[in-house]
Design a protein around this ligand. Structure first.
Ligand code: WTA
Length: 630
């Protein structure tokens, strides 16, 4: 990296930041990793506990089904908890948690391990075995992390469903994963209201045949339905003798599955991305350590939701593997007032804040006075994830929140990558809106339609050219789709689904998705999910959804609907359709705008041309229309 004479607007880190950084030898790290990335990852893996060391770092004999740390035996939950409990970190805080209503709880490493062991034994007593699937559906509460760790401890595969999803989304995920147990909260506090999680789960469970038990965590306390023989209270089970503190640890093969997480892809229903104990553990441990520069005394806050990959990797696993102290907050950023976040940074002395551009833009809108009322001087590093950050929001974050002394780690990655892939490190000169460079050992490129690297500053397909430890292993139950979706457009090369460009200094700039994925407030949704929810309404014959630029959310959802014969166009029906999507998929998927139309632009083979809809909505030239049917 030559950082002299960089083009464009550049922000340089201070000497203090560089001096303190775990990545102070960044240039050497990059060189070491690019000479031999297997050796680089093996070195990182040695910082973690293995019951048996691996025989081989990387097995690429069955590409693209790569295997990492082959022959190694470990358990990620053991590395998150037991390893620390044996050291001075026994009494260190693992989590500080604040509820939206002001409730506060904290867990030392000792306490978190104890609760995890107890809950693991509860799960075992309910018949959960290695390889069984367990779905978790809650708000941001500590029991979500405990549930995930308990599954990992006994080798069950967890599938977390984001608490903002609704009936059909939950049902589909329960059904596809064939989960034996559902762990749910009675409700969640969100903007002063209660999200009726258990009620949604009841509806989803009516249609999900494989779930034998439903364990309910009491969070909100409103009356709920408890079905006898199926539903049990978490706190009651945890008080029984079966909830013993016995370790009950399952020694896992490095390649044994750890979790599945559903995400939206190019076509059809959301698919389950599968991650493993060994490689995923090494990837998230090491990326967090270097990028967010975790030090013993730090208080780190990732404000994402554990229901998405950011929460899996960088609220639960990454911080615990590093023995860090993390803060977790349940509710909305501006509840009850727009200073909620800033007041908590001051109150808890947060050093590292990691969030999404949509939250920054949302809070920026309330003006500088709210953050300025608080002492934010504990902050050392800031982070951004989920969508490109516009330079205006970047600069506000940098200046008003970070007081021009906190570098911003704009991390590009995906559910599939499991860990940061393009990201700065604290000592790297920053350009607002660029994620800077690939993480050491990650080989990326930008290709044109023919698989040739594009020229400087030209847009193309962002691809990954070599394997990495936290990579997706397969799509659950659908290995063919794994190959066709990610490894087929350019054989042997991983297709990210994003477009990007690289400037003359080698900095990467992400432009956005090139497929049918829409990023709404950083959340990943597929046009297909929204469309199938619309079509499941009796009034709808056909539907098409697109994402259009939105000032705060990044993208807003626009839907075009053709009604069935016999239904009249009306405002009332439009509102009913919006609510229907909210009920089926979740509030985040509710279209911002629905237009009732008489026809949709289609190709001769019947594919909806979303590109044409988008151009029309934006008043742009729709481009080549030769394949348009009418
Ligand atoms: C987008 C989220 C620009 C990108 C961790 C990617 C980003 C998708 C960034 C994955 C970033 C994520 N800058 N775009 N820093 N981070 N994206 O699976 O389009 O929910 O493909 O994982 O988010 O979304 P996912």
């Amino acid at each position: 990296m030559n950082t002299n004479g960089l083009s464009g607007e550049v922000f340089y880190p201070s000497k203090e930041i560089i001096k303190k950084a775990n990545s102070k030898n960044y240039t050497d790290m990059v060189k070491f990793a690019s000479d031999d990335f297997e050796e680089f990852w093996a070195k990182e893996a040695k910082n973690l506990h293995w019951f048996k060391k691996w025989d081989k770092v990387l097995d690429d004999s069955q590409k693209p089904f790569y295997k990492w740390f082959v022959g190694g035996k470990t358990n990620i939950a053991y590395n998150c908890l037991d390893v620390h409990v044996k050291t001075y970190r026994r009494n260190k805080l693992a989590f500080l948690w604040e509820g939206e209503n002001g409730d506060f709880r904290s867990f030392s490493y000792f306490a978190l391990r104890r609760e995890t062991c107890k809950f693991a034994n509860v799960l075992k007593s309910l018949g959960v075995k290695k390889g069984d699937r367990v779905t978790l559906y809650m708000g941001r509460i500590p029991e979500l992390a405990i549930g995930m760790l308990a599954c990992a401890r006994i080798g069950a595969i967890h599938s977390v469903v984001y608490g903002g999803f609704s009936v059909e989304a939950l049902h589909e995920r329960l059904e596809d994963s064939q989960s034996k147990v559902l762990i749910v909260a009675d409700g969640a506090f969100q903007r002063g209201k209660i999200v009726q999680l258990k009620q949604i789960a009841d509806e989803a469970l009516q249609r999900a045949a494989t779930v034998e038990s439903c364990l309910v965590v009491k969070r909100t306390g409103q009356p709920i339905n408890m079905e006898s023989g199926r539903d049990m209270w978490y706190h009651e089970l945890m008080a029984l003798p079966i909830a013993s503190n016995n370790s009950n640890l399952e020694i896992m093969d490095a390649e044994d599955p750890l979790f599945m997480l559903y995400t939206s892809g190019t076509t059809g229903k959301p698919k389950a991305i599968l991650h493993t104990h060994g490689g995923y553990m090494v990837g998230v441990y090491s990326t967090l350590k270097y990028v967010f520069d975790i030090h013993e005394e730090d208080r780190y806050w990732c404000a994402a939701d554990p229901g998405w990959i950011t929460g899996h990797s960088y609220i639960v696993y990454g911080p615990l593997l590093n023995g860090a102290t993390s803060f977790m907050y349940e509710g909305a950023p501006s509840y009850p007032y727009p200073n909620r976040w800033w007041s908590m940074i001051e109150k808890y002395g947060i050093n590292i804040l990691y969030t999404a551009p949509t939250a920054i833009r949302g809070l920026m809108r309330f003006g500088d006075a709210w953050p300025n009322r608080h002492d934010l001087s504990s902050l050392r590093l800031l982070g951004s994830v989920g969508e490109p950050i516009n330079p205006e929001a970047w600069k506000w974050y940098y200046k008003i929140i970070g007081k021009e002394k906190c570098p911003i780690m704009d991390t590009w990655w995906q559910t599939e990558t499991g860990m940061f892939m393009i990201t700065p490190m604290p000592g790297v000169p920053l350009k607002p809106g660029s994620g800077t460079f690939p993480f050491p050992g990650i080989v990326m490129d930008i290709f044109d339609e023919n698989g040739e690297p594009v020229a400087v500053n030209e847009e193309g397909f962002l691809v990954i050219k070599s394997p990495w430890p936290a990579m997706v292993r397969t799509i659950y139950k659908d290995p063919d789709k794994y190959v066709s979706q990610y490894w087929s457009k350019f054989p042997g090369v991983y297709l990210t689904g994003d477009s990007a460009r690289r400037d003359k200094d080698g900095y990467y700039w992400i432009i956005g998705r090139v497929d049918d994925v829409i990023k709404v407030s950083g959340y990943r949704l597929g046009t297909a999910e929204i469309e199938s929810a619309l079509v499941s309404h009796p009034a709808v014959a056909e539907a098409a959804a697109i994402g259009l630029p939105h000032e705060i959310k990044g993208h807003a959802i626009f839907a075009y609907v053709i009604l069935r014969n016999g239904f009249e166009k009306s405002e009332h029906l439009v509102e009913e359709l919006r609510l229907h999507v909210g009920h089926e998929v979740g509030p985040i998927a509710k279209p911002d705008h629905i237009e009732l139309v008489d026809s949709l632009p289609k190709t001769r083979s019947g594919k909806i041309m979303r590109r044409v809809l988008k151009a029309k909505a934006l008043g742009q030239d729709p481009g080549n229309l030769s394949t348009l049917e009418e």
